[in-house]
Design a binder for this molecule. Structure first.
Ligand SMILES: Nc1nc2c(ncn2[C@@H]2O[C@H](COP(=O)(O)OP(=O)(O)O)[C@@H](O)[C@H]2O)c(=O)[nH]1
Ligand SMILES: Nc1ncnc2c1ncn2[C@@H]1O[C@H](COP(=O)(O)OP(=O)(O)O)[C@@H](O)[C@H]1O
Length: 219
């Protein structure tokens, strides 16, 4: 998969797939929005889902909301890069926009669960950078799920009881961020992305760049 494009310093670079996962309510949607707003060169992967739209969500921005038959047809036609069932609903990453963004030199941000992260890793290990977001405490997690005021008490109970299972996958991730304060957590996630963009093996244009520098020095 991937990949040409230019880094901010003009050196050609492989695009990367930046994955945020967490138990529901730990803050990945909030952090994803901040990243998209503040980090040039990063595009959100908009997943397809069969779950119902929440108040305030926008079709095509937060998710592509589809029915079960449409989702099944997307799976069958191999239009999804990965997909999984979470909370009785199906979620999946449409392949074409991701491939288009990466080949245009953009990095792609994914808000997906551990099952999707495993599938991406199998397909493109070298290009995947994964971050797991933890809540500071169970009480904070519950408070955040309630403060979002978008799910019924029963759905919140389900999400809380799944949190421990979700969290058991933390050790499969490259980085772990504890979301105490949202600005601090954002700064940490942003630092990870900035550093990963500078990895030598991602900067495919470095050989040419350094040769150019050497040429200037000799000339
Ligand atoms: N594998 C996979 N998981 C997804 C995808 N889109 C969303 N998810 C995950 O599905 C879970 C439920 O998402 P959602 O219903 O929006 O609730 P949230 O946990 O409050 O964000 C979260 O863990 C998301 O990261 C996708 O395309 N693929
Ligand atoms: N560090 C934080 N401190 C307090 N509230 C937070 C923090 N981070 C996120 N929130 C709030 O918690 C709720 C859940 O966050 P959200 O980003 O929707 O989580 P997720 O996408 O992981 O389910 C939202 O109301 C959000 O504004």
């Amino acid at each position: 998969m991937t990949i040409g494009g230019h880094g901010t310093d003009g050196v050609e670079r492989r695009g990367l797939m930046f994955v945020l996962s967490s138990p529901s309510g730990a803050g990945k949607t909030t952090l994803s929005r901040m990243l998209i707003d503040r980090m040039p060169g990063l595009r959100m992967s908009v997943s397809a889902t069969t779950r119902a739209m929440r108040p305030g969500e926008v079709d095509g921005r937060d998710y592509s909301f589809v029915d079960k038959a449409t989702f099944g047809a997307m799976v069958k036609a191999d239009q999804l890069l990965e997909w999984a069932t979470v909370f009785d609903n199906s979620y999946g990453t449409p392949r074409a926009p991701v491939e288009a963004a990466l080949s245009a030199g953009q990095d792609v941000l994914f808000d997906i669960d551990w099952q999707g992260t495993q599938q991406l890793r199998e397909k493109a290990r070298a290009d995947v950078v994964s971050v797991f977001i933890l809540p500071p405490s169970a009480a904070d997690l519950e408070k955040r799920l309630h403060s979002r005021a978008q799910d019924s008490d029963e759905v919140i109970r389900k999400r809380m009881s799944r949190a421990s299972h979700e969290m058991s996958h933390w050790a499969e991730y490259d980085y772990i961020v504890i979301n105490h304060d949202v600005d601090e957590a954002f700064a940490e996630v942003q630092s990870i992305l900035k550093a990963e963009r500078l990895k030598r093996e991602r900067q495919t244009g470095l050989v040419g760049f350094v040769r150019g520098l050497q040429g200037q020095l000799q000339g």
